[in-house]
Design a protein around this ligand. Sequence first.
Ligand SMILES: CC(C)(COP(=O)(O)OP(=O)(O)OC[C@H]1O[C@@H](n2cnc3c(N)ncnc32)[C@H](O)[C@@H]1OP(=O)(O)O)[C@@H](O)C(=O)NCCC(=O)NCCS
Length: 177
Amino acid sequence: MLTSNIIETERLKLVTFDPAQHLNDAYVAWLNDPDVVRYSEQRHKSHTLESCAAFTESFNDNPSHLWAIMQKTDNRHIGNIHADIDPHNGIADVAILLGARDTWDQGYGLEAWNGVLGHLKSHEDIRKIIAGCMRSNAAMYSIMTKSGMIDDGQRQKHYFLNGKPEDIVFFALQVPS
Ligand SMILES: CC(C)(COP(=O)(O)OP(=O)(O)OC[C@H]1O[C@@H](n2cnc3c(N)ncnc32)[C@H](O)[C@@H]1OP(=O)(O)O)[C@@H](O)C(=O)NCCC(=O)NCCS
């Protein structure tokens, strides 16, 4: 359903994830970095090249799509963003991970997010774009609201975060919005 066209933003290129180019020890290290996975259920797991390969292979031969986020200036791979597509209901569920912590808080997350949302909006098969995060994930919360997504509900005290119950908040965009 999704084309593999490169998505270009001002400072980024989002390219179809290519294991030969993007699956390496640096990527595995992102998933094993407690700061990167602080708000993710991935923090409960230990990641290896094999487990990451299994995740990236899950995007083969189905309508979902995984992009590597590349900085245009030096072609550096700084993270990934993916859209899980539910073709029966026309829903795209988007999630992002910037593994290179030195790139945080410079607007790259919002830029990649807006790039993918723009791409998804142009697909006539997609009528709703959804995302969610732990309420304490202030950067992700801000990205979802700044991209124009609106409140789509919550699951109260759903997960444990640092030993305390934590809400999951959901945001969504109807297409056309
Ligand atoms: C969440 C993530 C994508 C944010 O990307 P980023 O490039 O650092 O975010 P941006 O620079 O685009 O900033 C987006 C907003 O968050 C704010 N922000 C950034 N880092 C923040 C922080 N640590 N605490 C609070 N707000 C923060 C920014 O100020 C900006 O808000 P504003 O425009 O209102 O000022 C990135 O930190 C990341 O990948 N984290 C690990 C994985 C993760 O949590 N993914 C989401 C799981 S659902």
